[in-house]
Design a protein around this ligand. Structure first.
Ligand SMILES: [Fe+2]
Length: 289
């Protein structure tokens, strides 16, 4: 049985940008974490939106155990990505069975700004990614603050979108962005499109944020093309360089972020020459309001 982390050990947060993100040191994720110690981590998660844990060995089972502190862990519908015997973990890798780059990007949909699980009625709360192998160039993960994005909208924009709902559709975003490895009829039936508010109130902080991203297809009650144009415009308006954190990975790092108030994307890398392997899991949150 592993030792429990002593809550009296210091939990130090080093902000990564003035607005968004913090690195937490003093946490050994390979050990069991007490509920009291986790409370400190969770408070930092709500405050900083993105948490970075420095390089350490986090075996798959420990990653899932850490995720369970946040809540129920999603079993992703795209079951071809399940990893290490844990259906909660989703591995994205460009390596062949000999560990060589295979030239194929495993999920090009991650290259566009999005929020995990927005295509599900109950959406993603935390996403937790462990970097097993990281490329020398590219393959970064970027985050942008959706509280700040909402606050910077003009009064006219805020009024325009206050009550709008967008339909999010995983099949739409996958098909539109790359069309590779399409969802099966069974996967599609299990994940029908769902409508979500465009302006969401974070259930724990009470702050409003823009809730949109690349899975959003159209606006309820609006002609399709008009809704598409609004979504594209607002997705672009929502990203501000000074409200963005760009993470260049080191192998062994673990990142956690709050999908309810940040969008994220991966940057490209050359899958023919670079190696990149991550394991991801997403914790289920709630129905957005
Ligand atoms: Fe994602």
């Amino acid at each position: 049985m592993s030792a429990t982390v002593d809550v009296r050990k210091s939990l130090a947060a080093r902000p990564l940008t003035p607005k968004l993100g913090a690195e937490l040191s003093g946490v050994s994720l390979a050990e069991e974490i007490s509920d009291e110690f986790f409370r400190g981590i969770y408070d930092a998660f709500l405050r900083y939106q993105v948490l970075l844990f420095p390089p350490q060995d986090v075996p798959p089972g420990r990653q899932v155990a850490f995720a369970r502190h946040f809540g129920e862990v999603q079993i992703h519908i795209m079951n071809q990505y399940h990893a290490d015997g844990f259906p909660e973990l989703y591995r994205l890798s460009n390596l062949d069975e000999n560990g060589k780059p295979n030239g194929r990007h495993p999920d090009k949909g991650t290259l566009e700004w999005h929020t995990d699980g927005s295509w599900s009625r109950v959406t993603g709360q935390a996403t937790i990614i462990y970097g097993e192998v990281m490329p020398e160039t590219g393959g970064e993960t970027h985050f942008c603050d959706m509280y700040g994005a909402y606050e910077r909208l003009s009064p006219a924009w805020k009024a325009r979108i206050a009550t709008l709902r967008a339909v999010h559709n995983l099949d739409f975003s996958r098909t539109r962005r790359h069309g590779e490895d399409p969802m099966t009829a069974e996967q599609r039936a299990a994940r029908p499109p769902v409508d979500q508010p465009v302006v969401r109130t974070h259930p724990e902080t009470g702050r409003k944020c823009i809730y949109l991203g690349d899975h959003a297809e159209y606006i309820v009650g609006m002609p399709y093309d008009e809704g598409r144009a609004l979504i594209e415009e607002l997705n672009a308006l929502a990203v501000h360089p000074d409200l963005t954190y760009e993470h260049r990975w080191k192998a062994g790092e673990l990142l956690v972020w709050d999908n309810r108030c940040v969008m994220h994307r991966a940057t490209p890398y050359d899958p023919a020459t670079q190696r990149r392997v991550i394991r991801r899991c997403t914790v289920l949150g709630e129905v957005p309001a």
